[in-house]
Design a protein around this ligand. Structure first.
Ligand SMILES: Cc1cc2nc3c(=O)[nH]c(=O)nc-3n(C[C@H](O)[C@H](O)[C@H](O)COP(=O)(O)O)c2cc1C
Length: 248
């Protein structure tokens, strides 16, 4: 405990401070306590599109785990809507219900679900090009902004070129207050962990569909947050997943 405190004081950096201040001990929470309200989630959609029921390809867990790789090359051919439905539902879709609460494919601290999946559909059959949000409880997607975003995607990171080639770009976004109202700033840790679980679901689903994907976490936060109308502090982009047909 003393060593931990000494390190915390010596390393006057946000990373060690964040980790220390969001620790639990038998005496309680170590960081400052400032309760927040549970946020209301509201979007204005240009239109909503119902997704077909997801069908998951029957491959073994062993096969999916052994073959999973980060793949950074994509054919520019379109993705089918039923494949998009399978991917989104595998990533973080509704998989059950308990005491009236809808539960999902990815675990979530306190079942508070801070992570939302936005995506840029550049070439998805049945969807006009645009920025969308996945609505798991309705198995539908909401159109937020119309048009191609390839020009902007090129500027997302030094790997913008690679991402702009994919027909689909998934964006994992956290609304931290959905978890910090209950767990205080420790909730930030939980959101990062949940995003990792969703990311692995995306990897495994891509393996099942024979698609390429890679988790990209090195990106220009401010640029993408602004494009998605996120403040970058109480909400922000955590990871990107370009997805597309895999070259042979
Ligand atoms: C949190 C996280 C961040 C990552 N960020 C990037 C990234 O910005 N760009 C990239 O090309 N790959 C990124 N990757 C993929 C890793 O480079 C990859 O997982 C690693 O090289 C191991 O290869 P494998 O996934 O094929 O097993 C990231 C992976 C994780 C888990």
């Amino acid at each position: 405990m003393l060593l931990e405190l000494a390190l915390f004081l010596a390393l006057n950096l946000p990373g060690p401070q964040f980790h220390h201040l969001t620790s639990y001990s038998p005496r309680g929470y170590l960081g400052p306590v400032k309760w927040q309200k549970r946020p209301k989630m509201e979007w204005t959609f240009l239109r909503k599109i119902k997704l077909p029921p997801p069908e998951f390809p029957p491959i073994s867990l062993e096969e999916a785990l052994k073959n999973r790789r980060s793949r950074r090359r994509f054919y520019r051919s379109p993705i089918k809507l039923k494949v998009l439905s399978g991917l989104l539902n595998a990533a973080d879709g509704i998989s059950g219900e308990k005491d009236g609460l809808k539960l999902r494919t990815a675990p979530s601290a306190g079942a508070l679900y801070p992570i939302f999946i936005y995506f840029f559909a550049e070439e998805v059959e049945g969807l006009e090009k645009g920025l969308y949000l996945f609505l798991p409880e309705e198995n539908s997607v909401g159109l937020l902004k119309r048009g191609s975003f390839r020009r902007q995607i090129l500027r997302f990171s030094p790997q913008g070129d690679m991402m702009a080639r994919a027909p689909l770009l998934l964006v994992l976004v956290s609304f931290f207050q959905r978890v910090t109202w209950k767990y205080l700033d420790r909730g930030y840790r939980y959101a990062y962990m949940e995003s990792g679980a969703i990311s692995q679901n995306i990897y495994l689903a891509c393996e099942a569909y024979g698609l390429s994907t890679v988790e990209v976490a090195a990106f220009y936060d401010t640029y993408i947050n602004q494009l998605l109308d996120l403040d970058g502090t109480t909400s922000g982009v955590l990871a990107l997943h370009p997805v597309g047909p895999r070259p042979k």
